[in-house]
Design a binder for this molecule. Structure first.
Ligand code: NG1
Ligand code: MG
Length: 528
């Protein structure tokens, strides 16, 4: 018998956990109790009274399904144990408006800030100024917009005193930004006495995070070009301890908790940073943005070749590979063929139609689409900066379809039994390794350092190792038996971190590797 895969109740409110609850349901992992206690006592010192509640949202790791969320294909992320916790005391708003005092447990890195919001005004976020409080402001902006829509009459947001502790390694594939924005939005909702549903928190957090895009030369370089509903926030909000979050975006957002069955040797996930980060503002036009554009162009060119008309969808530029799949299938096939078969058909379609290994120029794509180069550029290459001579449509589309298939295979394998035998575990590992190989070759989003980390880790005993997040450096994820954690982390320490960064501090090494079981999503802890 396999464990049930539960559909996530999207309208359910964010859980509220009470200080009096039994420790096993409080969701605060015992190993984090110290950090929570410290947050409360530091709050006491800073503001001279106790907080009313703590809002919390975790980072996330994508286990499999890379660079396919913006093609509206299903992904399998989960929340991790590192998170942002935010202690809050509500202060009735004064006549002059709302005042926010926000401090961090590490004030030398994240200095305290105080700002006011005049009555009826929006929170102002200046994305050109890189400031840690921008993430809070972004969450607050979304939350207040939401509250204004909900409430009749004028909204007078309460003032807040806040102390933050975040231990999600920043800038590295674990979505510290989503954790921060979700926790902030949740804190503002709770402070203003609104029990928000998971779905509403998701919708507003996705929009919020766009307020902290990365700007360069006056252009918004990175906002979320991911779907309008993003995997990052979904995983941070909806995840459940012990489960992966099977997240679907097409035709609309839906999520399901997929249990990880027992195995003889307990399955563990390890995240390891490469510490090579490309400057996203600089590289996005050649990396992330370009991939989004390539996939969109592949979708519309495929559709054109098959004489199909795509209806606009929820993806960043309105046309996704999932959308093409939908249109290519006959009604019969859509109804009766398992998704796996349907994906096999689109893979064949790409192989037949997008034959140019060397990629496509703007002129070639315009000809294929019966439009001028100017039209092509204004339609597909102007929403955000993209730099490329050639667009590798074949390779990108093949990666996406095959990765989408791997997600389904991974999920199906988890669902097959309540206990995973060796053969199945090895199969899951193989899917992860294939994902990495495809990211490296077809999608060209790995980095030599990432490949090296994966090789070292596999040699030391992981079942599967791959990049996670956007790539081009960044973070890796590994599936391994609990019994191999010591061997793998030691190998990475000696063969990667100490070798590549001699003199690396212990603190940095501690941040380098995070061992995590799939964890709970957002919740509010009341009366700590
Ligand atoms: P990271 O690099 O972890 O922020 C990004 C996207 C995801 C997804 C992955 C690639 C944002 C905020 N997140 O993740 O939605 O597309 O890349 O799978 O852009
Ligand atoms: Mg992010």
């Amino acid at each position: 018998m396999s464990a049930p895969q539960e559909l996530v109740p999207q309208t359910e409110s964010i859980a509220e956990v009470y200080a009096t609850d039994d420790a096993s349901v409080t969701s605060v992992a015992p190993e984090h109790q110290q950090r929570w206690n410290n947050l409360i006592s530091q709050f006491n010192k800073q503001y001279e009274h106790r907080p009313d509640f703590v809002a919390r949202s975790p980072g996330r790791v994508n286990i499999i399904g890379e660079h396919i969320d913006y093609n509206l294909y299903d992904v399998l992320p989960t929340a991790v144990s590192v998170d942002v916790i935010m202690a809050v005391k509500v202060v009735p708003a004064g006549s002059s408006g709302t005042t926010i005092k926000i401090a961090n447990v590490a004030p030398e890195k994240f200095p305290s800030r105080e700002f006011s919001i005049p009555q009826g005004a929006d929170v102002e976020v200046d994305p050109k100024k890189h400031e840690w409080v921008n993430y809070f402001k972004a969450g607050m902006l979304g939350a207040l917009k939401f509250l204004r829509k909900e409430k009749t009459g004028a909204l007078v947001p309460v003032s807040m005193e806040i102390l933050v502790d975040g231990n999600v390694p920043p800038g590295g594939g674990i979505s510290s930004s989503a954790a921060f924005v979700c926790a902030s939005a949740l804190a503002v909702m709770k402070a203003n006495d609104h029990n928000i549903s998971k779905q509403d928190l998701l919708d507003l957090a996705v929009v919020s995070e766009r307020a902290v895009g990365v700007y360069s030369g006056g252009f918004l370089i990175i906002a979320s070009f991911a779907p309008k509903i993003s995997m990052d926030q979904a995983a941070s909000i909806f995840s459940k301890r012990g489960y992966l979050l099977y997240t679907q975006f097409f035709p609309q957002f839906k999520a399901q908790h997929v249990p990880i069955p027992k195995a003889t040797d307990e399955i563990t996930f390890l995240m390891a940073q490469s510490f090579v980060t490309s400057n996203k503002a600089e590289t996005a036009p050649r990396h992330y943005n370009l991939r989004v554009a390539e996939c969109t162009l592949a979708s519309v060119i495929l559709a054109k070749k098959f004489g199909l008309t795509l209806t606009k969808d929820n993806s960043s530029l309105g046309y996704s590979l999932r959308n093409f799949q939908q249109e290519l299938m006959t009604k019969e096939e859509r109804l009766h063929d398992p998704l796996e078969y349907q994906i096999d058909s689109v893979i064949q379609a790409v192989q037949d139609v997008l034959t140019q290994e060397q990629g496509y120029t703007r002129e070639e794509m315009a000809t294929l689409l019966d439009m001028t180069v100017e039209e092509l550029e204004s339609k597909f290459l102007s929403a955000f900066p993209v730099q490329a001579e050639r667009f590798l449509l074949r390779q990108r589309a093949l990666h996406c379809f095959k990765e989408a298939r791997r997600v389904l295979d991974f999920k199906a394998c988890l669902a097959k039994a309540s206990e995973l035998d060796d053969k199945r575990i090895r199969y899951l590992g193989q899917l992860l390794n294939e994902s990495q190989e495809s990211c490296r070759t077809a999608y060209d989003c790995s980095a030599p350092e990432v490949d090296e980390i994966c090789e070292i880790a596999r040699r030391a005993g992981t079942w599967g190792s791959r990049l996670t997040g956007a790539g081009w450096g960044g973070c890796t994820v590994h599936m391994l038996p609990q019994g191999k954690v010591e061997a793998v982390t030691t190998a990475l320490r000696n063969e990667y971190y100490l070798k590549k960064f001699p003199g690396i501090s212990e603190e940095k090494l501690k941040q380098a590797m995070v061992i995590s079981k799939p964890s709970n999503g957002s919740f509010v802890y009341v009366d700590p």
